[in-house]
Write a new protein. Structure first.
Length: 315
């Protein structure tokens, strides 16, 4: 079990959202002896609406999906209205860089911090109990404001610490925290797609991918994760031989950051093409292996990106 900081009085904690992140996070703090209030759209939690507003610190873990129209944080906006004025908000939902800065303008009477989560869905509770990193992001214009820094220090002090390894800790701007989360996810997505390309190339000449992967993992610059292109344990209706970067995070986050990149850096055609090409290749890998097709439908509807999108309209 993670270490518990020494408090004379543990602050009451609220949790909005009881999906696989919010549920496990609330369980973790409850097991550590904190007073926990849960709110979600489920009937069993809806009666806690007024109690949430009284919590000093409220963790929010609600969906921030990517659709064919772009990144959608409307559920987060709605959740913020439930938090009492003057209270501290800890947003665990994944957001595009700059989102927290805009939210604090919409809700200036709440202390909104971004604490990205680094969880694997299959091992969420273990990862919550034993985090590699605890990162707290403060809105940019308040980064050196003593009151905001004090709120961030308190949140960082109650976050779980790994019982068997050092936990990296950082207080930074919220935009930096948002970028840390996205850049990490996009790198792992890119790594997965790249390994799929190398795997297919090896199949044309013959050889064991296990041998290649083992030798590559011995290189400390590369690491051991996301090295095996064929997944033997599918999920969410996936096939037993799923390919590509799937799950709830990788496809939606890649699509969100690609659309954001197009919006803020429209002149970088090479960068846009690169991001689109990886996205198209990953879509094809998922589709051809029947992996996470429902997730693709949620993101793209009837119109996922295709190779035609890579060449049409480019100069």
């Amino acid at each position: 079990m993670s270490k518990t900081p020494k408090f004379k009085d543990k602050p009451p904690l609220g949790f909005i959202g009881q999906g696989w992140i919010g549920h496990n996070l609330a369980d973790h703090f409850e097991d550590r002896g904190f007073s926990v209030v849960r709110y979600a759209l489920d009937p069993e939690f809806q009666t806690n609406r007024e109690a949430i507003a009284k919590c000093d610190i409220v963790f929010i873990a609600v969906p921030t999906p990517t659709t064919e129209y772009g990144f959608d944080h409307s559920a987060l906006d709605q959740a913020l209205t439930l938090v009492g004025k003057g209270k501290t908000v800890v947003v665990r939902s994944t957001m595009l860089p700059g989102t927290t800065d805009s939210l604090v303008t919409m809700f200036p009477d709440r202390f909104i911090l971004h604490v990205p989560e680094f969880l694997r869905e299959a091992t969420a509770r273990f990862d919550i109990d034993n985090p590699d990193r605890n990162i707290v992001g403060i809105p940019t214009r308040f980064r050196f404001d003593s009151e905001w820094v004090s709120k961030a220090d308190l949140v960082l002090s109650i976050m779980p610490e790994s019982s068997h390894r050092a936990t990296y800790k950082l207080i930074c701007t919220a935009t930096e925290a948002e970028m840390i989360k996205h850049a990490g996810n996009e790198f792992l997505c890119l790594k997965t797609v790249f390994m799929n390309l190398m795997y297919d190339l090896l199949q044309t000449v013959g050889g064991s991918w296990d041998t290649v992967a083992e030798a590559m993992m011995a290189d400390p610059r590369i690491g051991s994760s996301h090295m095996f292109p064929v997944h033997q344990n599918g999920h969410m209706g996936s096939s037993d031989n799923g390919r590509g970067a799937g799950g709830h995070c990788f496809p939606k986050d890649w699509s969100a950051i690609r659309m954001h990149y197009e919006k803020v850096l429209p002149k970088d055609q090479a960068g846009i093409l690169m991001l689109k090409a990886i996205e198209v290749k990953n879509i094809r890998l998922l589709q051809d292996s029947g992996k996470d097709t429902r997730i693709l439908n949620d993101i793209y509807g009837e119109n996922p990106l295709t190779v035609a999108d890579l060449v049409g309209g480019q100069k």
